[in-house]
Design a protein around this ligand. Structure first.
Ligand SMILES: O=C(O)CCC(=O)C(=O)O
Length: 311
């Protein structure tokens, strides 16, 4: 019998089919748990790799309890298959996409907030920044359905008006295996010379100021990015309780969710409390992205913008 080797597995990654553990994509994101008691080494790792993967930062049961609350909310919105297995989170075919992104009814309910703003995550950032920490009130709680994915982007362009030390913390609400479309980082993108022109052009834009539609990623072709600018896409199998932290210039995307289950995750933001803050994301009813409500006809496509930047 012929058993396929691990490196023979091809996975859908945005608009491409890519060999897992080939040249462009590996499942080798490394955790930093062995460095957690060594602050200089932890900071150095973040500077070197552009990310910190922390296994089981949160209490797994607390994350699963939050998952249950999110799924109950999704069920009440009619987005779940009613098959008696709430925690499986099956996509109801033809259901409308659930309203979770920035929905404080869900993101600030007790069980979800207890994870996203747990003392454990505050402590990590307080140590990394060496002082008090603040988190955005807006939380990007995501449900990624069958065949959906997130295109490659920097977070800078969405929330870059405040602290230069702003970081993202990505939290899976459940175990996320390769086929459910985990997050992938283009490792090296935050510092490689090849990405300098991307950081200096695309990375300096602001989707609201420059009228580039917020839902347009930099690219949906992960191979193009590596071939043109360098780095390597890396992912991993996430477990409920894990988090991954990264900076505003670490390019990231997600693999495609090929299952019939919603992939649940939330990205939150942390920064030093004394730094200026991007006001679009603060308060009980954050301003959020605003330009397209009023100026939808003036938008610039990412394709045109990239041509203009020469990248
Ligand atoms: O979860 C995803 O698919 C995308 C997350 C993301 O873009 C982020 O954490 O900034």
């Amino acid at each position: 019998m012929c058993v396929p080797r691990k490196q023979d597995m091809r996975v859908p990654f945005c608009d491409r089919q890519i060999e897992l553990n080939g040249q462009h994509l590996t499942d080798t994101l490394r955790d930093c748990n062995d460095l957690l008691d060594d602050l200089p080494a932890l900071r150095q790792r973040l500077a070197d790799d552009g990310y910190l993967l922390i296994r089981q930062l949160y209490d797994r049961d607390a994350v699963l309890q939050a998952r249950r609350s999110i799924l109950e909310q999704m069920a009440s919105q009619g987005s779940l298959e009613q098959d008696g297995d709430l925690m499986a989170g099956r996509v109801k075919p033809d259901a409308k996409h659930p309203h979770l992104l920035g929905n404080q009814v869900v993101t600030h309910c007790e069980s979800v907030k207890a994870v996203l703003e747990s003392p454990r995550v505050y402590e990590i950032f307080a140590r990394l920044f060496g002082g008090d920490v603040v988190t955005f009130d807006y939380k990007w709680l995501r449900s990624t359905g069958t065949n959906q994915f997130t295109g490659a982007h920097f977070d800078m362009v969405y929330m870059g008006r405040g602290s230069k030390r702003l970081h993202t913390c990505w939290t899976p609400f459940g175990d996320i295996d390769i086929e459910q479309g985990p997050l992938a980082l283009c490792v090296g993108s935050h510092k490689l010379e090849g990405f300098e022109r991307v950081r200096n052009t695309y990375g300096q834009m602001d989707v609201d100021r420059d009228l580039i539609r917020p839902e347009q990623p930099f690219s949906t072709d992960p191979i193009e990015i590596v071939d043109k600018f360098g780095g390597q896409w890396q992912t991993t199998r996430f477990k409920a309780g894990d988090v991954i932290v990264f900076g505003m210039f670490t390019m990231h995307a997600s693999l495609n969710n090929t299952t019939d289950r919603w992939r649940l995750s939330c990205d939150t933001r942390f920064q030093p409390a004394d730094d200026p803050i991007d006001e679009r994301w603060m308060g009980d009813n954050p301003i959020a992205h605003y330009a397209f409500a009023t100026q939808a006809t003036k938008h610039v496509s990412m394709e045109d913008a990239r041509r203009r930047w020469g990248i």
